[in-house]
Write a protein that binds this ligand. Structure first.
Ligand SMILES: Nc1nc2c(ncn2[C@@H]2O[C@H](COP(=O)(O)OP(=O)(O)OP(=O)(O)O)[C@@H](O)[C@H]2O)c(=O)[nH]1
Ligand SMILES: [Mg+2]
Length: 273
């Protein structure tokens, strides 16, 4: 994609809903569906909805790309490989982060994936350095059916501007609280006023962060509210780039017990039933 659409962080389960990204090139249009990764046994309604996002995307896909770490496949990778074979979708495995391993270490990984006999292509890539991405695109596009574009050329995603603003805040939370942040932290927009006269004509955005427990609120605030302030500083930069204008960003933290089990709230977060 040419534009940043969603949160990226070292924490697993950063992606919580399926997200569309449309790539328009002169010769083709390719629609990518990014989904949450492996969830395992669902502990609550949120887990259940996250796992089904991947399965649903596969039902619509012409090609699947499994993005994996640069190490030999474990149980999770084997599970996905078998699932893809069962579904009969042409599947490419992209071995990512090759920048972080020695070339010699990569060969046994490629061999192990090839022995799984589940993939039509095995492509080493580095998303960080954009290595191998061109080749990966070529291999994907070659397997797309011939058809007219599915989306108008100016549509790059199916998620709203508000959703992407929330993603920017989630990303900072996941990155800054890498160790201590509970998975049960949601983000919503309370208020959005364009050209707010109360805020010097800037766009006023009030965001609420919802941990599940009140004790977690203190972690998010940090000493003297400094931790939360840092989230605000970093998120504001990204949001201003996204919106192309200055904003006045307000962050609030309030515990919302058991929200991971609350269907109405999960729907509000953009997670399909
Ligand atoms: N060294 C290196 N790190 C990378 C590369 N690509 C991604 N990362 C890092 O890997 C971490 C995970 O990236 P994400 O995009 O959140 O991964 P994901 O697979 O979508 O994970 P979830 O959304 O949590 O399921 C981030 O810290 C990225 O910066 C790469 O090519 N090389
Ligand atoms: Mg992700």
């Amino acid at each position: 994609m040419d534009t940043k659409l969603a949160a990226v962080s070292p924490r697993p389960q950063t992606t919580h809903v399926r997200m569309l990204g449309v790539l328009n090139r002169e010769a083709y249009q390719a629609a990518f569906l990014d989904t949450p990764g492996y969830i395992g046994r669902a502990r609550d309604e949120m887990d259940r909805r996250m796992s089904q996002e991947g399965a649903r995307a596969l039902e619509e896909a012409d090609v699947a790309v499994l993005v994996v770490e640069p190490r030999t496949p474990g149980d999770v990778e084997r599970y996905f490989a078998e699932d893809l074979v069962r579904r009969g979708i042409p599947a490419i495995v992209a071995i990512n982060k090759v920048d972080s391993v020695a070339k010699e270490a990569l060969l046994p990984v490629i061999e192990a994936y090839s022995r799984l006999d589940a993939f039509v292509e095995i492509v080493p890539i580095s998303a960080l350095r954009s290595d191998g991405i061109g080749l990966l695109m070529e291999l994907v596009v070659k397997r797309l059916p011939e058809a007219g574009p599915m989306f108008p050329p100016d549509q790059i995603t199916d998620r709203s501007e508000r959703f992407r603003v929330i993603e920017m805040v989630r990303e900072k939370l996941f990155r800054l609280f890498y160790q201590e942040l509970p998975y049960a932290t949601a983000v919503t927009i309370d208020e959005w006023v364009d050209e707010s006269t109360n805020h010097g004509g800037k766009t006023h955005i009030a965001i609420r962060i919802h941990p599940e427990k009140d004790s977690q609120r203190l972690i998010l605030l940090g000493k003297g509210g400094l931790a939360l302030k840092e989230v605000g500083v970093q998120a504001r930069g990204d949001i201003e780039t996204l919106l192309g204008k200055q904003i006045f960003l307000e962050l609030w933290v309030k515990a919302r017990p058991q929200w991971r089990r609350d269907p109405a709230f999960l729907r509000q977060l953009g997670m399909a039933d």
